[in-house]
Design a protein around this ligand. Structure first.
Ligand code: SF4
Length: 217
């Protein structure tokens, strides 16, 4: 067989799409971040017609170029929760307002082969928006986030994603020094709110874009 790795991922993503659709998610497959960006900008957003849009922490979202593209998009009010120059109070206010946006875009820490999204948040604004508030949610998801089951998902998050995110964010937590989760009591602890999204309710509210590359943390 030629291109076995490409074939493997084509089959895996096809199966995961079907499984997620069985859990009431609307699912798309994109070959790379550029294709995901085009899909969101040219198909999903025009179909949804949001008046307000916001987002929550996701390297996949920023690295896809969508963050910059949406900042410049006319006709949509943007609630920018990534802007670096605003005060902590203003940032918290925007995070609250983002919960009432028409469209919220983010990533997920893991997805199981049984079609469940698993996330762990510091503040909770991202998992809150995935759960309830925004009319529509888009989850951008690199293939490296796929794990067999919930146990592996939680292991992935605590053993890998949380320490590396703490490093990325320059947190003063033990995992930044050791790479292992120490179940810290640090004020900088980023592991506070778990969510498991078993199904999209209402059906189709959460759209998942499966991207055929390793992306994010
Ligand atoms: S609980 Fe603390 S030590 Fe463990 S991963 Fe989270 S921030 Fe790091």
């Amino acid at each position: 067989m030629e291109k076995p790795i490409e074939n493997y991922w084509r089959l895996r993503l096809r199966d995961l799409k079907e499984t997620l659709e069985g859990n009431n998610f609307e699912v798309f497959i994109a070959e790379d971040p550029e294709a995901a960006k085009k899909l969101v900008l040219e198909e999903i957003i025009p179909k949804l017609g949001p008046e307000t849009i916001s987002w929550g922490g996701s390297m996949t979202f920023t690295n896809s170029g969508l963050y910059r593209a949406l900042q410049d998009r006319s006709g949509i009010k943007v609630i920018d929760t990534f802007e670096k120059t605003i005060s902590p109070d203003e940032m918290m206010d925007r995070r609250r307002k983002a919960l009432l946006a028409d469209l919220f875009i983010t990533g997920t820490n893991a997805v199981t082969e049984t079609g469940k999204l698993v996330n762990l948040d510091m503040i909770g604004n991202r998992v809150a928006a995935i759960t309830f508030g925004p009319k529509h949610v888009i989850i951008l998801l690199g293939r490296n986030k796929i794990v067999p089951d919930l146990e592996d998902a939680m292991l992935r998050v605590k053993d890998y994603a949380a320490p590396t995110n703490a490093m990325r964010l320059d947190k003063k937590t033990p995992c930044v020094k050791t790479s292992y989760c120490e179940e810290c009591k640090s004020p900088d602890r980023i592991c506070n709110h778990w969510t498991i999204t078993e199904k999209s309710f209402p059906k189709g509210r959460i759209k998942v874009v499966l991207i055929n590359e390793n992306l994010g943390i």
